[in-house]
Design a protein. Sequence first.
Length: 225
Amino acid sequence: MWYLFLKLAEHPLPERRWPDMTVDVCLHEVTGATEAEDRFIRDSVVLLRTAVSSAGFGASVRNADYGFSGWQSLHGGVRDMDGDAIWERIVHGRECGKTADHTLDISVSVEDLETPESGHAVIGRTRLGTLPIRSARWFVAQCMDAGDRVNMAAHLMHQWMHVSGFVHAPENTGQDAPSVLARLVRRALESDYGDEIDAKVTALLTLDTTDCDCCVASETDGLAA
């Protein structure tokens, strides 16, 4: 035992290194959308692909500060994941219950969800581990009116995290893995597309001015924000 300890001291194990891997994004379909909404969503998916495959994005995911990083299988309880494990699911394109293919698979359904006028604005209502991503028509319209493809891409990343199995914290403060990843996508695109980012739309995604139907850690079959 001491011999092994001394050998490890002389030759410590190498740090965990992540090989350069390409993450793709595949949009399978958009339903419930007008022609203009469809085109805008497809353009936003292009930016999402740019963000997740950009240099340094993986490191930003691994090193981010997560207030809550709960992940839930389709038939199990919630467990915490560190930044390495979160990135591993993203870089391998692991939707909940699916095999790894290095591709974020996305389908989008544009739906008439609760608007800000209702007093309970809902941005998305994506079921845990399940496509399609269900996006509010009013939110898509806000992004389109502002010409903000960046925040639409961030929204799609947030929703894909739910498809992968990540849930919101019970208090839903916007510091959990789906919300953090939305911010990281926005940050990755800011240098080249910062002029598109609209502050009001950003506030919607940070949950400062909206509430959402969320899949939270205390629920087993809830809906994701």
